[in-house]
Design a protein around this ligand. Sequence first.
Ligand code: NDP
Length: 363
Amino acid sequence: MFEKGYVDGGYVRVPGEELFSFIVRVLLKLGVPEEHAKIVADNLLMADLRGIESHGVQRLKRYVDGILSGGININPRIEILREGPSYALIDGDEGLGQVVGQRAMSLAIEKAKDSGIGVVAVRNSNHYGIAGYYALMAAREGMIGISMTNSRPLVAPTGGVERFLGTNPIALAAPTKDKPFLLDMATSVVPIGKLEVYRRKNKPIPEGWAIDAGGNLTRDVEAVFNEGALLPLGGLGELFGGHKGYGLSLMVDILSGILSGGTWSRHVKNTNERKSEVDHFFMAINIEAFTPLEEFKERMTKMIDEIKSSKKHPDFERIWIHGEKGFLTQETRLKIGIPIYKKVLKELDEIADKIGVDRIGGV
Ligand code: NDP
């Protein structure tokens, strides 16, 4: 058993396999089928392994609340409503977003194998975790993977103060000769999970992330949670491109929600409410249909090498490529464990006690 007492700046290091088995036993206890519980655990663990604290095990409480309140359907009948050789429309039947998302991206990949491209739009799902999880599924099959989802309203449009847009993430993964390229990002300056991290630590947020109810930039995390709003990627106003983040967010709503016959972020609800109406969009592009896969990987690798060896800014030691930090962090965390903030661990202990399963560490 691992040493639970090792604390590092308020963090406790927990081996990945402990986190995985904890998530699985919590979900099993709540009646989630084992195969589904493992998909959710894999998705949350990937986030924590890659250093995405906002979307790892700290999200489990929301899913537990969603299941207990009946907002999440643990035995969904995921249904293909329409289908052609290269596309499908799926109804997620209010299932766990990861389960619906995994099924939908697998279908997109199958279609791309036969027809060069697979596009799957999904309605009536739930929060699906990190968008990159699904994009990487396609990259592992030698394809370009695209994944996006709408989410509940937290972001003000450029020129507005009301929460209208979701933090609507976009991910694109593409294979290279080494680790895949992986762009995986919210279309807001930061996702709400990052504010939750600051809130747990009682720290002010950096200026530029969010506004209060009056539209003023604020560092007060509570002002954002009470009636404030996050800002679209690019920040407040047009000067640094806030209107472009706003547009990207709408792009996600159009492809995920409006195309699928679902909804748009303004109407998306929390996972603990019935019909939270989260919608997703997945695309798999079979590279072999366009160009030999090995040549594609070589050109990707050459492009990345050229970028990384280009002249550095005096304040920066290196140029990173999207996905690279995450893969490095993952390698380290697989060896030495994942730092979990003590308040998150306490929350997980409370979940364990409430539903009657062993805490992390088997206590
Ligand atoms: P980050 O800002 O942490 O990272 C965005 C992207 O930039 C990543 O691909 C990251 O790669 C890359 N990156 C980081 N630093 C550099 C650099 N210096 N040079 C080049 N690339 C870099 O992501 P966000 O905080 O916006 O999003 C975090 C997660 O939250 C995502 O996984 C997203 O899918 C998820 N999310 C989910 C939502 C939902 O409703 N389900 C809503 C909003 C967000 P790397 O991974 O290597 O760091």
